[in-house]
Write a protein of this length. Structure first.
Ligand code: F6P
Length: 387
């Protein structure tokens, strides 16, 4: 009974909401749109879906999402609203420049008489949503999405499980051909700042070497681990590399630059022998080096956007439904200014101000790192003991 009267009160306050998907896509976006739309639709709330992320909000381009539009979306990859990486305060202009269009975005929200804007996206989206909230008296709820799994404040983002399963299956398949040919297979996995995807897929599929941005690697250590495998009669190896993995020398240079920006030019000239700073993917550079040192034939497979395509896994579908229904609950209860987070088994609101502008990287003492080390996986560094 109490629930009904609570919802009645909410219905009076919340009559219309907007939804947008922003940043890189991933499987599960449609499942979240469906869960939010169906949940609030049952309470008589109108739903506007903005097209191409914040661009649609700025340009007043949207579709109405009724029950019919929300049907059949649970398993569909991509996003029916399409997406873009454009930010309200940095919209591209036809002459190749950028313009702050925050005002236009705010105007659309108020002109349509919206009571809340729900933004589905990764770190950049959380930041843009917070920007709108501060600038325009806009009620915001966000949901964390990204195969990188690096949104701050939540244990998991939707899309991650699907990306991980795709990458793990790819490694499984590479295992058999690597073994047939006695080759080293370097697998390039997405994740430019955080290594959750490479680490989880690598552990799940038994990669012999896993390189992530959080643990700068030494080429010598990796080569030695491959040679050691050969000595033990294992003539093939799988190296899972996050796209943002960096060498120790690169990491040192990066930290030095951060400490002393004045030395920028000088630091560029000082490249160590292990430095692999280049526009070429780290996987390709690694493969060249490892082939030269080990004498083993080496091949590179870049999984790229395959990891973001296709249907979401059942685990992601369940997660998306829970994320979406919790977001709807926050909307109906007028608990604005929050991101829905999963902590343990619970879905909770986390203030957007505590999330915006932060990243959740892999802690170097995380249990996953320990697990990888104790089963003998090389993480590209020298370590003593995890116990
Ligand atoms: O942020 C998600 C992500 O998939 C990253 O892992 C990757 O570096 C990036 O997006 C690729 O972006 P785009 O689709 O714009 O090439």
């Amino acid at each position: 009974m109490a629930r009904k009267s609570g919802l009645r009160a909410a219905r009076d306050k919340v009559r219309a909401i907007g939804i947008l998907t922003s940043g890189g896509d991933c499987p599960g976006l449609n499942a979240v749109i469906r869960a939010i739309g169906k949940s609030v639709g049952r309470e008589g709330v109108e739903v506007f879906g903005f097209l191409e992320g914040f661009t649609g909000l700025v340009e007043n381009r949207y579709v109405r999402l009724y029950d019919k539009e929300l049907s059949g979306l649970l398993t569909v990859g991509g996003t029916i609203l399409r997406t873009s990486r454009n930010k309200p305060n940095k919209m591209p202009t036809p002459d190749g420049g950028y313009r702050d269009m925050t005002g236009a975005a705010i105007e659309t929200y108020h002109r349509l008489g919206l009571d809340c804007l729900v933004c589905l996206g990764g770190g950049g989206t959380q930041k843009s949503a917070y920007h709108l909230m501060k600038e325009g008296d806009i009620n915001i709820i966000t949901v964390p999405k990204t195969i990188d799994n690096d949104v701050y404040g939540t244990d998991i983002c939707f899309g991650f499980d699907t990306g991980m399963c795709i990458a793990a299956e790819a490694i499984d398949r590479l295992h058999t051909t690597a073994s047939s040919h006695h080759r080293v297979m370097v697998v390039d996995i997405m994740g430019h700042n955080a290594g959750w995807l490479a680490l989880s897929a690598g552990i799940g599929a038994g990669a012999d070497v896993i390189l992530i941005p959080e643990i700068p690697y030494s080429l010598d250590v990796i080569a030695e681990s491959l040679i050691d495998r050969m000595r033990h009669g294992k003539y093939f190896s799988i190296v899972a590399v996050a796209e943002g993995a960096i060498s120790k020398n690169e990491a040192e240079q990066r930290d030095k630059k951060r400490d002393d920006k004045k030395d920028k030019a000088k630091n560029k000239k000082k490249k160590g022998k292990e430095d692999v700073t280049s526009k070429r993917p780290v996987s390709v550079l690694l493969a060249e080096h490892l082939e030269a040192v080990t004498g083993l034939e080496t091949r590179v497979t870049s999984l790229g956007h395959l990891q973001r395509g296709g249907v979401p896994t059942p685990t992601d579908r369940v997660l998306c439904t829970q994320f979406g229904t919790k977001a709807a609950e926050l909307v109906l209860n007028c608990e604005f200014g929050n991101m829905v987070a999963k902590r343990g088994q619970e879905f909770i609101p986390v203030p957007l101000k505590d999330v915006a502008g932060k990243k959740r990287l892999v802690p170097v003492d995380h249990d996953l790192i320990k697990a990888a080390r104790v089963v003998g996986t090389c993480l590209g560094d020298v370590w003593e003991s995890v116990w």
